[in-house]
Design a protein around this ligand. Sequence first.
Ligand code: HEM
Length: 448
Amino acid sequence: MTVLTTNTNTTADTTADTSPLVCPVTGRTAPPAARPAAPPTTPPAAPFTERYLLDPSVNADPYGYLNSLRDHDPVYWSAMHRAWLVTGHAQLMHCLRAPAVSAERVRPLMDAVPEGAREDAERAFGILSRWMVFNDAPQHRRLRQVFQEQFAARSIGRYRAFVERATRAMLTRRAVPGRIGDLVADIARPLPALVFARWLGVPQAHGPSFWYWNARVGDLVLGAAQEEREYRTSLQSLVNLDDYLADLVKQRRADPQDDLISAVLAGGQIGKSVSEEEFVGMLTQMAFAGGETTSNLIVNAVLALLEHPEQLAAVREDPALVSMAVEEAMRFDGPSKMSIRTAARDFDLDGRSVRAEDRLFLVTAAANRDPARFPDPDVFDVRRGSASHLGFGFGAHFCIGAAFARLVAGAVVDVLVREYPGLELLDGQHTWQPSLLNRALTALPVRY
Ligand code: HEM
């Protein structure tokens, strides 16, 4: 069964419209058969050698390697990672549309838990199984729809004034012009946390435990927990977070406030199409999904601008380019490197036989540099208009928090770019957190 035949109504790929030479299925350029053969101008490509994606040099700068992997084979079986590495834009879009590709992957996480921590795991994995990102249709649609209205750009827009005020207040306190600091610790980490907690409805006094639990849940889901002790801490943190949010939901039911939880409850679906337990389970996903990724977008966007002074100058001259710069940073060096999926059944992908239960690493960071979709993909160009990047995913699981992330990152980049003419990178090596999924700097030393 091929992706094309299982999914006949969604196979039209927008890449097909951009050039008659680009195959809508493979995204490869058709061989120029009608053209006279030209003498080769470049030496033949070096043979491809697979590398470990967490190899420190690949992790530090993945794009050269990902480009060679995609050029070699955009659908590559990696014996090293025991997964299909899908790196072509068109192939990746096909996977995100294909019913044969499943987002359900709580079981492999459970299997990774060391024997000694298994007894703690049952409730925690019950909570994870309610995360919309781990559900397929029709469950997924039922879960997601209760949040849809509150995450839409027009609802998020109500928070613009608050976000802009919070941004200015934090920058004034922590980023005094001329001072040397770390953009990650000073602004990029605390600001999204502050506005997110306010939006969700978590009182400031509860912030420290709320974010501690979230970070430990992140260790579990992103694979940083390795030892039995770390697993126990992460599993317990997820249970604590669930208990805390269940309590908050009860309080908001009794006494609604101006926050996300109250607004969703007012929608009237909780307790009907979605149980309160499912609602709380999904809330445990929100902060994990939105906190660190938004921080990383701020940092990666500022880094890209500071490393491309002519682009920074263009944005300073025309503030309307700020949002395009943030979007281009999502494509060029976005916070999310890949999404993971499993084959629900055997299917054919670009001529490859994917077997039921095979893992698929959908490497969006590579697809976002696919020359079949983006001309000169390794160039950071704020005027590109890179709307079709896959940095927020695509299809049913497209990031529900995209409008919120764009609002917060846009507010910070706007003030930093326009009101900090002396902003500069300080010399030093940049250290990227070792992660298959996230593209995250540990620090970004700057002079404000
Ligand atoms: C720059 C910041 C962000 C990035 C790069 C990002 C990236 C992503 C990506 C790539 C996906 C798709 C995952 C997949 O297909 O497996 C996703 C889904 C999701 N994101 Fe985000 N995200 C960001 C911000 C946020 C924020 C602020 C929130 C919440 C407030 C959020 C909540 C979610 C949720 C709930 C899903 C699952 C949606 C579904 O399964 O239907 N994200 N995000």
